[in-house]
Design a protein around this ligand. Structure first.
Ligand SMILES: Cc1ncc(COP(=O)(O)O)c(C=O)c1O
Length: 365
């Protein structure tokens, strides 16, 4: 019997490429003649060092990351980075700027408030986080240690499609890219720090990737736990303690898969097509509605509502019958959310759109 795979629209942990899981399965018990699983291997073994180095090299290659940056493979999730960022970057400064575009920005802001004065330079909270607040209106501090953004709000479905220039924002840009890293090409040199939990476009949960410009290393506050100090991890090649070896290995398989797909340009094109399929279906219906302003709609997470929340349960039930799963919106927003990360294929989105049209036919007026 063939393996059953759902059309999985989960926001995270999220769908992984079937090809990658098959590779991992083939190597599960005996990794390339070693007679053991990667899970059972010392992180200091020659085999694992090779896996780790190859993963980092492929990741650097995909995003064109120069040697001016260290790449760290850490634990603690993006949430721990909410504290690591101010601890590592404030130095002698006491203020940091933050843009508030939704739930994840808010969490980062709340955590940072434990370490510094947070200046919220712009917020779309007043309009229920339906857009990116206009950068021309941001009230930047003259002495901020950095400016923090969340490039893609996973819950609200709001995404930066352009980042501010150095002339507009001279402080180092720090970006939570948990839910859109590797979904498109970006100019890494525009950022001081980029961080991302792995469980969307990188691999399984348990791994957090941090890209940090080397000139920002070495200024952690004295009370910073060594496990949160970027320079400690950079010096130890992310092996200051036992790293999440299996997640790192799987991330490496995902990076290699992405290169085989044609790299970020090809992946971005596919992602744009999937997003267009879904948003066009929503726009052309009188039934479904997307709450986010068109210019700022996410290519990764697509929230949409039905005209009556009473219909939500029937929609989800019918979707499940067709193998379309994890479409329920976040509890703080309601409605639906389709997360269409790199590993979600066009075919899955086509199936969803077809189902939506049928549902509208049946329940629309
Ligand atoms: C944009 C964003 N930031 C931060 C987080 C928190 O990540 P973690 O659960 O890895 O701490 C998430 C989780 O989904 C997220 O989507």
């Amino acid at each position: 019997m063939g393996t059953h795979r759902s059309f999985n629209f989960s926001a995270g942990p999220a769908a992984l490429p079937t090809e990658v899981l098959e590779e991992a399965r083939a190597e599960l018990l005996d990794y390339r003649g070693t007679g053991m699983s990667v899970m059972e291997m010392s992180h200091r073994s020659a085999e694992f060092i090779e896996i780790a180095e190859r993963a980092e090299a492929d990741f650097r290659d995909l995003l064109s990351i120069s040697e001016d940056y260290a790449v760290l493979f850490l634990q603690g999730g993006a949430t721990l980075q909410f504290a690591a960022v101010p601890l590592n970057l404030l130095g002698s400064r006491t203020t940091a700027d933050y843009v508030n575009t939704g739930s994840w920005s808010k969490k980062a802001i709340t955590e940072a408030r434990g370490y510094c004065e947070v200046n919220v330079v712009g917020s779309s909270e007043g309009s229920n986080f339906d857009r990116i607040p206009d950068p021309a209106q941001w009230q930047l501090s003259p002495d901020a240690a950095y400016l923090h953004l969340c490039s893609n709000e996973t819950i609200g479905g709001v995404q930066f499609h352009e980042f501010p220039s150095v002339s507009a924002v001279p402080a180092p840009l720090v970006c939570d890219m948990s839910s859109d890293i590797l979904s498109r090409s970006i100019d890494v040199s525009r950022f001081g720090v980029i961080y991302a939990g792995a469980q969307k476009n990188i691999g399984p949960a348990g791994l957090t990737v941090v890209i940090v410009r080397r000139d920002l290393l070495g200024r952690a506050r004295p009370e910073t736990p060594s496990m949160l100090d970027y320079s400690v991890h950079a010096e130890a090649g992310s092996m200051s303690n036992t790293p999440p070896t299996y997640a790192w290995y799987l991330a490496g398989l995902v990076f290699a898969w992405m290169k085989r797909q044609g790299g970020l340009a090809a992946i971005a094109e596919r992602n744009a097509r999937k997003a267009a399929t879904l948003y066009t279906a929503i726009e052309s219906s009188n039934f479904f509605r997307a709450p986010v302003a068109i210019a700022d709609r996410s290519h990764m997470n697509v929230p949409f509502t039905l005209p009556d929340p009473q219909l939500d349960a029937a929609f989800l039930e019918g979707a499940k019958v067709r193998g379309l799963v994890n479409l329920k919106g976040h509890r703080s927003v309601g409605g639906m959310r389709a997360s269409i990360y790199n590993a979600v294929e066009q075919h899955a989105v086509d199936n969803l759109v077809e189902y939506m049209a049928e549902f509208e036919q049946e329940y629309g007026s």
